[in-house]
Ligand binder design. Structure first.
Ligand code: IMP
Length: 198
């Protein structure tokens, strides 16, 4: 594929996407390379709603194929929150530190089973030719009592991955891409692109 626009302003995500799509797309454009694109209001009830909305609006505005993702943390003991509100769990404009702090506070007095959690990622691909495809990835784990590791972003330092001794923030970028929700969804997208481009 010649050009693909990635509809994210998050540099952590962009780096992960670049690594996985390396060699498959001639030019990977970031939404910030196309300054006139409208900012999508992420008001969907589900990750699928938000990812499709972002991809459709961006593709319509720039006339190029677009990959958009919506992702977040789903915590058992919080009835699935923060979910689609993961980026702004501690309020509008909240940073990672504030969101992590809020998560620790909300879980502080709940039983340990409440700490079971999953990262979920939905990737939506929308092409001007009318194609719409959705890819999903899930990784399970649980929320620790304190931060561990300096890699990744967001809730990574609090998320101990099932089957690993490390948090997401203690894994290398390659390891995280291999197992993560975004890595899984991107892997499915990569296979789809390979088939489509044949
Ligand atoms: P989005 O940008 O609307 O998809 O919101 C994603 C939010 O979910 C981020 O701001 C993070 O708080 C959280 N999140 C999503 N993926 C990850 C991840 O891989 N690690 C840590 N936090 C994540």
């Amino acid at each position: 594929m010649k050009q693909l626009v990635v509809a994210t302003r998050n540099h952590g995500k962009l780096t992960e996407i670049q690594a996985v799509l390396d060699g498959l797309v001639d030019e990977l454009l970031c939404i910030t390379d196309l300054p006139d694109l409208p900012e999508t209001v992420e008001d969907g009830a589900t990750f699928v709603d938000n990812a499709l909305k972002k991809a459709r609006e961006a593709s319509q505005a720039c006339g190029l194929p677009v990959l958009a993702d919506d992702s977040g943390l789903v915590v058992d003991g919080l009835d699935g929150r923060p979910g689609v509100l993961s980026a702004r769990f501690a309020g509008p404009g909240a940073d990672d530190a504030a969101n992590n702090q809020k998560l620790l506070e909300e879980l502080a007095f709940l039983p340990s089973a409440s700490r079971k959690a999953a990262f979920v990622c939905v990737m939506a691909f929308v092409h001007p030719d009318g194609t719409e495809q959705v890819f999903q990835g899930v990784v399970t784990g649980h929320i620790l009592n304190g931060l561990r590791g300096d890699g990744g972003f967001g809730y990574d330092p609090l998320f101990l991955v099932d089957g690993f001794r490390q948090t997401m923030a203690e894994l290398s970028l390659e390891e995280k891409n291999r197992i993560s929700h975004r890595g899984q969804a991107l892997g499915a997208f990569r296979s789809y692109l390979q088939r489509r481009e044949r």
